[in-house]
Design a protein around this ligand. Structure first.
Ligand SMILES: Nc1ncnc2c1ncn2[C@@H]1O[C@H](COP(=O)(O)OP(=O)(O)OP(=O)(O)O)[C@@H](O)[C@H]1O
Ligand SMILES: [Mg+2]
Length: 349
């Protein structure tokens, strides 16, 4: 029979086996922050992208992991339609060696192509996972341990690196059809086999709710600084956001604060503030849940227009109220995580 010592050793070995590659891949990332919400369509992705670009404008090295596998939108807003490219082979034991393909453009491209071959015909492959046949694909769409490959994140024109499911098949028209375990595996692979390199901030854009993707991020990122909750000023949103906050608490993940999005509409004619959602506020949610309120982002049509153009609003309209407010929230986050890193209190938790 196993002794307590044996069980402890086994558990530690199991943890290293499962989480070692992620811990190693993120070892040079100073701060990891995930953006989530109980509610869909409240502006998580818009906030994530503009916060990331604001941080980059302040001289930080930033990357975004788009963990919304069914509705990835980060590439569109960042105008980044590239495909993940092979960086190097990963040697057993977590060491990397440069791929033979590296530095030889043609081979490199060929290598990537070869690697994705079969998967690129996403319809049939995706379907197969839908039917449960994909469970044997331990390596998944990246090859995983069987292929021992590492990938470079996509560079964007705004100083922010990015990785998304869209970066596997740029331009793909149908959504991926993945069930929970497979999504979890792909997200964990994003964390472990991307060359995230040295970063000040890794922001993770999450899908709405508290499903597989959110739980995977909360449980897989070592030293996750915390979560930022985005909500519109409406009970329909704040009520589900309070549940999302409770989920993070149950997972022992700190809440860095609440961002209120679409707080007011600035009338383009008279500049008056129109309360789109009535008189509710997400600040009340923050108070009720005893977490910090990070700030309010107004509704401006420029946000939609610039996002559709693939230019984040903080770049296209740097003097707009939205850009100024996002910048203020970015400053607030920086001071929060830096203070926490120096032993200060984190969030309201
Ligand atoms: N402050 C804003 N002003 C104007 N439009 C906005 C603002 N914030 C977000 N939007 C628009 O609202 C829509 C939803 O935004 P976004 O995709 O960022 O939300 P989301 O919470 O990430 O959605 P999902 O739950 O689907 O991931 C988009 O059309 C976006 O351009
Ligand atoms: Mg989104």
């Amino acid at each position: 029979m196993d002794t307590f010592y044996d069980l402890k050793k086994q558990a530690r070995e199991q943890w290293i086996l499962q989480n070692g590659p992620i811990a190693q891949s993120l070892s040079r990332v100073k701060h990891k922050i995930a953006i989530f919400s109980g509610k869909g369509g409240v502006g998580k992705t818009t906030s994530t992208v503009n916060l990331a670009v604001s941080l980059a404008k302040r001289g930080c090295k930033v990357a975004i992991l788009d963990a919304d596998v069914h509705g990835p939108a980060v590439p569109k807003i960042l105008g980044a339609s590239g495909k993940l490219d092979v960086a190097s082979h990963r040697m057993p034991g977590g060491h990397h060696s440069h791929s033979e393909c590296e530095g030889h453009g043609q081979h490199k491209a060929g290598c990537t192509h070869e690697h994705h071959q079969g998967n690129g015909h996403g319809h049939s492959h995706g379907q197969s996972h839908g039917h449960g046949n994909g469970h044997g694909h331990e390596g998944g769409h990246f090859g995983g341990d069987t292929h021992n490959l590492r990938f470079e994140p996509i560079k964007t024109p705004y100083g922010v690196d990015m990785v998304s499911v869209d970066s596997i098949w740029p331009g793909r028209e149908s959504p991926v059809m993945w069930r929970g375990p497979y999504k979890m595996r792909v997200i964990r692979q994003f964390l472990s086999i991307i060359n995230w390199g040295e970063l000040d901030y890794l922001l993770v854009d999450l899908p709405p709710g508290t499903g597989d993707e959110v739980l995977t991020i909360m449980s897989s990122i070592p030293g996750l600084d915390g979560m930022v909750v985005v909500s519109t000023p409406q009970d329909v949103s704040t009520i589900v956001c309070s549940k999302a906050i409770n989920t993070a608490r149950e997972m022992n993940v700190p809440i860095l604060g609440v961002v209120e999005n679409m707080s007011v509409l600035c009338c383009p004619h008279c500049n008056n503030a129109i309360k789109l959602f009535g008189h509710r506020s997400a600040e009340r949610l923050a108070k009720m849940m005893e977490v910090d309120f990070l700030g309010s982002i107004p509704f401006m049509t420029e946000v939609n227009e610039s996002s559709d153009e693939g230019i984040p609003v903080v770049i296209k309209h740097p003097e707009s109220l939205v850009a100024l407010e996002v910048g203020r929230i970015a400053d607030c986050l920086v001071s929060k995580v830096e203070t926490a890193g120096k032993g200060g209190e984190q969030g309201g938790d």
